[in-house]
Design a protein around this ligand. Structure first.
Ligand code: PEP
Ligand code: MG
Length: 588
């Protein structure tokens, strides 16, 4: 077979080599036949039983989640349980069996086709992602109906031929990903999905090489084909020659060695060759992530995405975490960081992080009632969270970070709410840090263009480049159709970053970056050269960024930085970035 290469969207790091294991959606293979009148109720029962079995399976996966499972997984399982309980899935197909006498599989696929067609009419990316979820749930039910529910490879008795298995599928549900966790599988390739799709998020948490958004890879790749995933390049090589495989094996070995070497830097402080100290902080989603942050040598937590405490909490009804529950979570993170600062971002729900299914009907969620807008509209929820955060501040250094601020009154109202939370605690005789630092995310262009409004009222700033890029370039960060336009080195973004660091310097307040740019080692020299002294990123990326800092001389970067900031030609910007990478010495 001739070798060929496919290009997709890279969502994690590393190289993997193995054989393709194709996962076909069960829907493609269903039988179609009519049921006799007297068998209709039995057929209805068969479908009901299958749905009940999937409910049980999902619950079993839930309770089998290892303590170190990616936190998002619980939320995804919850979404699937919710979909399964929706009358459109669990009742409509029963009516189809009764009225049209279709067999159970046919009835379910018919209903899913109707739902899919409705989703296809909608432009909204968030809703399109839900369509994939519905199909994944339907696939599960179909697998039970057709008796192929166990076609996922099991962990036990895995043989050598499975040892380097790469999963190829139209799409993979996070729940299926979780089952693969215990199997010797080393990568995955999917036709669908964007940079921030559910599967991408889990893959990054698991650290598995993967490429998504490949179009029709699952039709071009055959079962047991040899594959190479080069996830840094977003490339999959199908049926590579022995020579190419051996070259990639060499590259793999080099990468592995480099990673081991980097791990030795864990305890080294990030200081440039000319003596400038850079604070490297970790982004966390749940308190237990703080241990990995500490282990990676983080100087603190630069972003605790508190909304993950609020998401996917119960199967069928949403219940908010109480003040006590939140307090315990925040305190645990603070205590785990052993005196290092912990920046807790207040609830940033909405857009790609809905708290419950009712948000699916929002016209344009990224521009809707999200983050601080939601909190100010729901003062009781906000106040409860603020009191919990303040209580945690009695156990170590805590900072409060406000998301998505665009208006001056949002700062004022938030500060008033914080004062109210303080007074209530003081009145109740509960301890907290009275001088707690309060900062705001700079993630909306309006914020970056009105910095004097921020620096006057706040103690620090933190730039959320993920949203800043999304809103400045009008690119949905989760949509693979426009992923190629999502550019972090667009001159507009560089100007906004420069303006923010300059304004913060002038006002003598700290400014961090906590969006994806902070953990991108290709940009480290650019960012520290521009003047950033605090970078917050997923813990796993810390060592690589640290190494880039240890080999940089900020003074000698300046001429290139000035050139980049004067330039509006993307080609010249890229060339200058490459020059930046080669300036100075290397670490031995
Ligand atoms: C960002 O927008 O860059 C950010 C850090 O926040 P989130 O990714 O949670 O939106
Ligand atoms: Mg954001």
């Amino acid at each position: 077979m001739a070798s060929f290469t496919l290009q997709g969207i890279p969502i994690s790091r590393g190289i993997t080599i193995g054989r393709a294991h194709l996962l076909h959606p069960a829907a493609l293979d269903v039988q179609h036949y009519l049921i006799a009148q007297e068998q209709v109720e039995a057929e209805v029962q068969r479908l009901k039983d299958a749905i009940a079995k999937v409910h049980k399976d999902l619950q079993a996966i839930w309770s089998d989640l290892p303590p170190d499972a990616p936190t998002e997984l619980g939320a995804f399982l919850d979404v699937h349980a919710l979909i399964l309980s929706d009358p459109m899935i669990c009742e409509e197909p029963l009516d189809i069996i009764r009225s049209r006498h279709y067999n159970a599989e046919w009835a379910l696929v018919t209903q899913i086709d109707v739902l899919s067609a409705q989703f296809d009419e909608i432009e909204d990316e968030y809703l399109r992602e839900r369509k994939a979820d519905i199909q994944q749930v339907a696939d599960r039910v179909l697998k039970v109906l057709t008796g192929s529910a166990h076609d996922l490879p099991r962990a036990v008795g895995v043989d050598e031929s499975n040892a380097n298995m790469i999963v190829v599928a139209r799409d993979i549900s996070p729940a299926d990903m979780m089952q693969f966790r215990n199997v010797a599988f080393t990568g995955f390739v999917t036709d669908e999905g964007g940079q921030n799709s559910h599967t991408a998020i889990v893959s990054r948490s698991l650290g598995i090489p993967a490429v998504v958004g490949m179009g029709n890879a699952s039709r071009l790749i055959l079962q047991d084909d040899w594959l190479i995933i080069d996830s840094d390049a977003g490339v999959v090589i199908v049926a590579p020659s022995a020579l190419v495989i051996s070259q990639y094996r060499d590259r793999q070995a080099v990468l592995l060695k480099a990673r081991k070497k980097l791990n030795r830097l864990k305890k080294t402080q990030a200081v440039t060759l000319d003596g400038i100290s850079i604070s490297l902080l970790a982004n966390i989603e749940l308190p237990q992530d703080a241990h990995a942050a500490l282990e990676a040598g983080a100087n603190g937590v630069g972003l605790f995405r508190s909304e993950f405490l609020f998401m996917g909490r119960t199967g069928h009804e949403h219940k908010l975490p109480s003040e006590e529950e939140q307090f315990v979570a925040y305190r645990d993170a603070v205590v785990a960081m052993k005196g290092r600062p912990v920046t807790i971002r207040t609830l940033d729900v909405g857009a790609d992080k809905p708290m419950d299914s009712s948000e699916h009907n929002i016209l344009n969620p990224a521009l809707g009632l999200r983050a601080i807008r939601y909190c100010l509209q729901e003062p009781q929820i906000f106040l409860t969270q603020l009191k919990a955060i303040l209580r945690a501040s009695a156990f170590g250094e805590v900072h409060i970070l406000l998301p998505m601020i665009a208006h001056s009154f949002e700062i004022d109202q938030s500060l008033t709410m914080i004062e109210q939370a303080k007074s209530e605690l003081a009145l109740a005789g509960i301890g907290f840090d009275r001088k707690i630092k309060i900062g705001a995310m700079i993630e909306v262009p309006a914020a970056a263009l009105s910095l004097p409004m921020f620096v006057k009222k706040l103690d620090f700033l933190s730039i959320g480049t993920n949203d800043l890029i999304q809103y400045t370039l009008a690119i949905d960060r989760a949509d693979h159709e426009v992923a190629h336009l999502y550019s972090d080195t667009h001159p507009a973004i560089l100007q906004l970053l420069h303006m923010t660091v300059s304004a913060a310097d002038k006002a003598e307040i700290p400014v961090a970056i906590c969006g994806g740019m902070a953990g991108d080692v290709r940009l480290t020299r650019l960012l520290i050269g521009m003047g950033f002294r605090e970078l917050s990123m997923p813990a796993a990326l810390l060592p690589e960024v640290k190494q880039a800092i240890l080999t940089s001389n900020i003074e000698s970067l300046q001429v290139h930085i000035k050139k980049i900031l004067r330039c509006y030609d993307p080609v010249v910007i890229q060339e200058s970035l490459q020059q930046l990478a080669s300036v100075g010495s290397t670490l031995h």
